[in-house]
Design a protein around this ligand. Structure first.
Ligand SMILES: O=C(O)CCC(=O)C(=O)O
Length: 204
């Protein structure tokens, strides 16, 4: 298993290297914190705007219009979310404390189609914390069609800035089994917390 883990890591590093502005941090949180976060998330109300369930904090993102405006402000981030938003700032991962977080729930066979996060809605830095099942995130360069795949392990943090944020599209395939480095594994339930800073329409 140790050898397999090293191989996963090696493959991930090689894949991530293709994309400028992509950083992967394994074990960003402990198992105890992961469990605590999953428990708290499961006590909150879910939105069913999409095929997968989501929770929005700080600001509601309008998926249909692909926009955020002043009237979509929900309020301050709740304490349990803000603790990790602050941590991202304190660790110099974000230049400002993130003020918007979306929790995504992916059941096996659920994914997210290739996209670039809304450019006029959110600042450059985006981070996603993975909880629960591992899954593969795919990247595609829209001009060259070059591809890269990064295995997102539970408790890891993936950071997108620069070309990873503005140029490459990212996605998670809608499937029940992922294959990475020749190894197949069945997906379980994955939750992610994606941290962003909102750009409000009309602000200079
Ligand atoms: O689940 C993730 O890690 C990524 C989520 C994502 O791409 C998004 O919400 O736009």
């Amino acid at each position: 298993m140790m050898r397999q883990n090293n191989l996963f890591e090696e493959t991930r590093e090689n894949q991530a290297k293709k994309i400028s502005g992509l950083t992967y941090i394994s074990d960003f949180i402990t198992q105890a914190v992961e469990k605590e976060l999953i428990d708290i998330i499961d006590q909150q109300a879910w939105l069913s705007d999409l095929k997968r369930r989501v929770q929005h904090y700080g600001w509601k993102y309008d998926y249909t219009a692909r926009r955020i405006s002043g009237d979509l402000k929900l309020g301050e981030l709740p304490q349990w979310v803000n603790d990790y938003a602050k941590l991202l700032y304190e660790k110099n991962i974000f230049p400002k404390i993130p003020d918007q977080v979306i929790v995504n729930e992916y059941l096996p066979s659920q994914g997210i189609s290739p996209h670039i996060d809304c450019v006029p809605c959110f600042d450059e830095h985006i981070a996603s914390l993975s909880l629960g099942s591992p899954c593969v995130m795919d990247f595609i360069h829209p001009q060259t069609n070059e591809k890269a795949s990064v295995l997102l392990e539970p408790r890891s943090l993936i950071l997108l800035s620069g070309e990873a944020r503005y140029l490459w599209k990212h996605s998670i395939s809608s499937r029940k089994t992922d294959t990475y480095n020749g190894e197949s594994f069945r997906r379980g339930r994955r939750l992610s917390m994606t941290f962003r800073n909102v750009i409000v329409e009309g602000d200079a």
